[in-house]
Design a protein around this ligand. Sequence first.
Ligand code: UTP
Length: 241
Amino acid sequence: MKVVVSIGGSVLVPEPGADRVAEHAAVIEDLISEGCRIGAVVGGGGVAREYIGAARDLGANEIELDQLGIDVTRLNARLLIAALSEESVTAPALDYEEASEALRRDDICIMGGVAPAQTTDAVGAALAEYIDADLLIYATSVPGVYSADPNKDADATKHDRLSATALVDAIAGLEMNAGASAPVDLLAAKIIERSGMRTIVLDGTDPDRIARAVRHGDHEGTDIVPDGAGAEPTYWASDER
Ligand code: UTP
C-alpha cells in the first residue's frame, strides 16, 4: 500500500524541539516495517509564518515570500530526515520525479514545498496523484473539515465523510471568508477531485492517529471519498498493509 502523509508544520514542529518529530518518524518507520511505502510532505508552520512576516515587512514580494516559505518547509523536512534511520534519504526531494525515484528504490520519500503560489497541501495531493498512492492523509492541527470556521461559528459541524466535489465546495466556501483558514487548500481539493484520491483529513497532533488511519481506516477526522467509490478499500480488511 502506497500512502502520502502531508504533515502540517505546526503539527510536526509546534515549537522547536525533538520529541514530536521523533514520534512522527517512529510512526513512519513502523508503517514501513509493516510493508507500506510512504511519501511524507512537510509544511512550514509557525517558523515559516514568522520568516514570511519579517520579509514582508522588509519589502519582499509575494514570490520571494513563497520561496522563503519553501525553504522553511525543506528545513522541517530535514528535521524529519534527521529523526529517521540512516537508511532513509539524506535530503528532501526537490520535485515529484525525485520523490518518485526514491520510492522506487524503496526509500522513504520526504518533500517540502516545490513551487511558489501554493502550499504543501497541494504538494501532498500532487505527489499522491503522481505516485498513484492508495491513500492521502492530511495530518493537520484541526480535527477535520468543518461546515464553517469552528473558531468563529458555534454552529459549525465536522463532516465525517465528503465526496471530493463536496470538499471543493466546502473549501471554496471557507476560503471566501477572509481570515478563515481551511484545513486543506482549494488547489489541493481540486487535485483530489480530479485524481479521485481517497483522502483523510485528521488531527495529527498525536501521530498514532495517522498509524491507525493507515492500518484500518480508523479515525475521527473527515473521509474524502472519490465520486462513485464503493465500499472502503479492501487493504483495510486484508493482511496486505
Ligand atoms: P505551508 O504548506 O506550511 O503553508 O507552506 P501554510 O498554509 O502556512 O501551512 P498550514 O497548512 O497552515 O500548516 C508555507 C509557505 O511556503 C510557501 C507558501 O508561501 C506557504 O504559505 N510554499 C509552500 C510555496 O510557495 N510553495 C509550496 O509548494 C509550498
